[in-house]
Design a binder for this molecule. Structure first.
Ligand code: 13P
Ligand code: SF4
Length: 310
């Protein structure tokens, strides 16, 4: 089936099933283009929480689809390819969180949304790359166990007086680890007029070379608002493709062409179609886990919403 046929079939099925397709900014361009909504983790959690649909097709990695399922217990959430699993989320098992809580009984536990539901269920509040300092600074505790991304923990520590303890010690995203300060410096020399937008999952040495450190959707906001005409982008390539599509008069230079998240790219148009047609790969979180993990996401949305209103 060619992609035009597939797109038509997906559109018809979407209407018939009262479905909504949500896609993360790193999805393949053709998947982004068929989606009803494209965003970062925070946008996707917010949008799924108020989704007016009976079926949600979630084109993102597993922890994102789990969040949508937990926020929508009465709806069916399907993931086109169940193998789209974020390796960073797997770096923090719930047992590690439980052990750390015993060691630091007075600490708050803040977990990046890039964690599995079982780990979230052991935490106090979730956060995303778009709101992590806000969430941490809204807490009463002075010590915060923060995981799994060590680079995001470093980013938060620079914006908070609290004592941040990374959990595990060296959690990382293999895609954002690919960016090096040498590559960024070279690009900055070649394009001195460019702004450098880097994701907080990048190493500290890369973050220190950035003009702005942003979540993926915050990069879109910055690219639109900035007077600059050129940007060096240090995050996954899918976001660069979206930036080029949405701001054709500006130039976006990937900090590394090969920064590709294989797990995000597992979803194809064909798999989106099959998920819709067969309601395949329903995302299920055990109710006992979902009940506790949902509270941490709702608390994050509440803190984030409050900060946006202030
Ligand atoms: P964003 O929430 O900034 O889109 O980040 C999600 C992610 O997985 C980055 O690697
Ligand atoms: Fe996980 Fe990194 Fe892929 Fe984001 S880019 S989903 S953190 S592996």
């Amino acid at each position: 089936m060619n992609s035009k046929n597939l797109e038509d079939k997906i559109k018809k099925l979407k209407e018939k099933e009262k479905a909504m397709i949500l896609a993360h900014n790193y999805q393949r361009p053709e998947v982004q283009l068929i989606a009803d909504f494209i965003g970062d983790s925070l946008d996707l959690a917010r949008t799924s929480a108020k989704a007016d649909a009976e079926l949600i097709v979630f084109a993102g990695v597993n922890f994102m689809a789990e969040m949508a399922a937990m926020l929508n217990p009465e709806k069916t959430v399907v993931i086109p390819d169940p193998e789209a699993r974020c390796p960073m989320a797997a770096q923090l098992p719930a047992t590690t969180v439980r052990e750390a809580k015993k060691k630091y009984p007075d600490a708050a536990v803040v977990l990046y949304v890039n964690t599995l539901a079982e780990a979230k269920a052991e935490s106090d509040v979730a956060c995303t790359s778009a709101n992590s300092p806000q969430v941490v600074n809204a807490l009463d505790e002075d010590t915060v166990l923060f995981g799994p991304d060590r680079n995001l923990a470093w980013f938060v520590q620079r914006r908070s007086d609290k004592h941040i303890i990374p959990l595990p010690e060296n959690g990382y995203c293999y895609v954002h680890k690919m960016f090096t300060p040498a590559d960024i410096s070279l690009l900055k020399e070649r394009y001195p007029d460019a702004e450098v937008l880097a994701h907080p999952e990048c190493d500290p040495e890369v973050q220190q070379l950035a003009t702005h450190i942003c979540s993926t959707s915050q990069m879109l906001v910055r690219a639109k608002a900035s007077p600059a005409k050129r940007f060096i982008i240090a995050t996954e390539i899918g976001l660069v493709e979206r930036l080029r599509r949405e701001f054709p008069t500006k130039e976006f230079i990937p900090a590394l062409e090969t920064a590709i998240c294989e797990q995000m790219k597992k979803h194809t148009l064909e798999k989106v179609y099959l998920a819709l047609r067969d309601k395949k790969n329903v995302v299920r979180v055990p109710p006992r886990v979902a009940k506790r993990a949902r509270v941490t996401i709702e608390r994050m949305l509440e803190i984030s919403g409050r900060a946006a209103r202030d």
